[in-house]
Design a protein around this ligand. Structure first.
Ligand SMILES: Nc1nc2c(c(=O)[nH]1)N[C@H]1C(S)=C(S)[C@@H](COP(=O)(O)O)O[C@H]1N2
Ligand SMILES: [Mo]
Length: 517
């Protein structure tokens, strides 16, 4: 039975460790929270198949799942530390010390951490150890007092066992409860007072010099179809960041270096002084499966990357730009895709009329039409290193994804929804199709094993955005397979053969089963 209490003592000291570290992190360096630092480390070292499994199982909740998993690991490990300290002191304290050292390592090995960032986990581990030592001492006293003293008149007999038990529970209760309250409050305060959020809300971007003209007929009026522009709240989010990086535009700098004639450093004001224009570009994730949701269309406000690169003067033998985020994430984009006059690769500061949302890369991100996000759309951008594919490698390259990845054009059925029963009669089959930088020429729909029939397309805004499509159908009762395929403006038909998302994007025709009653 005392073993169970030793395990509980261990868990309580683990909580004290984390709570003290959270409070200190709030004071000295926000990124020095052991939970977040270890979580970020785990994200980077997790093998790729496991990461894909996590994303496919938990979807956008993958980070919450990771935090819950880490929480469970902390509980188990600290329970073991408690038992060790009770049976074989000071092994439990040694275990907490190791946990502290690992958190310090996870924190200080990240780029751009404050000099005092080692303090929260170090002092947290010390506080946790102290509580563990005290709890185990009281637990042993309680254990001793339950063993009947050999000499009934000896000094021990004057003390009833109840006192030591109560002393243990008092300390356990007080330290456990205060650790929970203090730890959760500190984390909540840290999240709520991210001052960059307030700065973003107060930021007024200059009006664009030019606006996108949205032609008549660009948006079809069909219930259930994806809107032409994806609202910022609904825009898919994919990144390796466990917490959204906080970047103050006042201190933000973009460095353009590497194989350039001169190193250039731009402030946020320098960048927007270059003049902002509006661009409509559809972004797609390489992890989007056929029929998937990891694609969105927005109006971006930004500056062409080519104008910014020109300031630095890329050298002739360079063929790649390695863009880097403040959190260390990198993407490799062909230099030609960024300097091509006919392609609107931009550094974006605005999204659908607002400054970039924090999750979408505030204050500055890249957006390149026609390339998957992981090789082009670096959020929280801080550096453009002009280099070669030979010399440098981006985040995903050693993790099973291609160094270069043009978007494979695709089409999706939005309505009728799979699995939702529809009433027989005339209904629209509708969805979206995208072929960024080339454009969609045609979309065809097939009912069961019938002929491919042409769908009607919305008027495209440009070749970089998706189009909507619709086909009226006289739905007859029963189950039916609906299929869709697109042809791009180069006359190429969407690839029929299925391919997985790795290493460079999925292919295949969507075929979904619906029930008509
Ligand atoms: N800093 C950073 N930028 C990043 C990523 C990332 O993990 N970190 N992921 C990329 C990927 S894989 C995609 S698909 C797009 C997604 O952008 P969104 O989250 O704004 O939709 O961002 C890209 N930019
Ligand atoms: Mo992605």
């Amino acid at each position: 039975m005392f073993i169970v209490f030793a395990a509980i003592a261990g868990v309580i000291s683990g909580l004290v460790f984390l709570a003290v570290a959270e409070v200190l992190a709030l004071l000295v360096a926000r990124e020095a929270s052991p939970v977040l630092a270890v979580g970020a480390f785990v994200i980077d070292v997790i093998p790729q198949p496991l990461k894909e499994l996590a994303i496919s199982t938990f979807g956008e909740f993958d980070k919450i799942a990771l935090l819950l998993g880490l929480g469970l690991a902390v509980v188990v490990a600290s329970a073991i530390a408690g038992v060790l300290q009770f049976l074989r002191p000071p092994l439990g304290v040694v275990a907490l010390g190791i946990a502290g050292a690992l958190s310090v390592a996870a924190i200080v090995t990240r780029t751009g951490v404050a000099p005092l960032a080692f303090l929260p986990p170090a002092i947290g581990a010390a506080a946790g150890s102290l509580v563990l030592v005290l709890l185990c001492r009281r637990l042993r006293a309680w254990q001793r007092s339950t063993v009947a003293p050999a000499d009934p008149d000896g000094p021990d007999s004057v003390r009833a066992p109840g006192i030591d038990r109560r002393r243990f529970f008092a300390l356990a209760g007080i330290s456990g409860a205060s650790a929970l309250i203090v730890g959760i409050t500190a984390r909540a305060v840290s999240m709520a007072t991210s001052s960059v959020d307030a700065i973003r809300r107060g930021l007024r971007l200059p009006a664009p010099r030019s606006r996108v003209t949205v032609p008549d007929g660009a948006e079809l009026d069909i219930p259930g179809i994806t809107p032409l522009f994806t609202a910022n709240e609904d825009f898919y989010r994919v990144d390796t960041a466990l917490t959204v990086p906080s970047v103050d535009p006042e201190t933000w700098r973009l460095v353009i270096d590497g194989m350039v004639d001169r190193r250039v450093e731009l402030s946020f004001d320098d960048l927007i002084a270059m003049g902002l224009d509006e661009y409509a570009i559809t972004l797609t994730c390489v992890s989007n499966v056929v029929g998937g949701e990891l694609v969105g269309n927005a109006l971006w406000l930004g500056v062409p990357v080519r104008d910014v690169l020109r300031l630095a003067g890329p050298q002739a033998d360079a063929d790649m730009v390695l863009s880097r985020s403040v959190d260390g994430y990198t993407a490799s984009t062909p230099l030609a895709a960024l300097t091509d006059d006919g392609l609107d690769a931009i550094l974006a500061v605005g999204m659908n009329g607002d400054p970039l949302p924090l999750e979408h890369g505030f204050p500055v991100r890249m957006v390149v039409p026609g390339l998957y996000g992981y090789v082009s759309a670096t959020k929280w951008l801080t550096e453009l290193k002009v280099t070669t594919f030979q010399r440098d490698e981006a985040y995903w390259t050693p993790r099973g994804y291609s160094a270069e990845a043009p978007i494979k054009f695709s089409s999706r059925i939005d309505t009728p929804k799979i699995g939702k029963s529809v009433a027989a009669g005339r209904i629209p089959i509708a969805g979206v199709a995208w072929a960024q930088s080339v454009g969609i020429e045609a979309v065809e729909v097939r009912i069961d094993d019938g002929d491919w029939q042409p769908a009607t397309l919305s008027t495209p805004i440009n070749t970089d955005t998706w189009v909507q499509w619709v086909m009226e159908w006289d739905a007859t009762p029963g189950t039916h397979y609906l299929s869709v395929r697109a042809t791009n403006k180069n006359g190429e038909l969407q690839i029929e053969e299925g391919a997985p998302i790795a290493p460079d994007g999925s292919t295949g025709w969507q075929r979904s089963l619906i029930a008509v009653s």
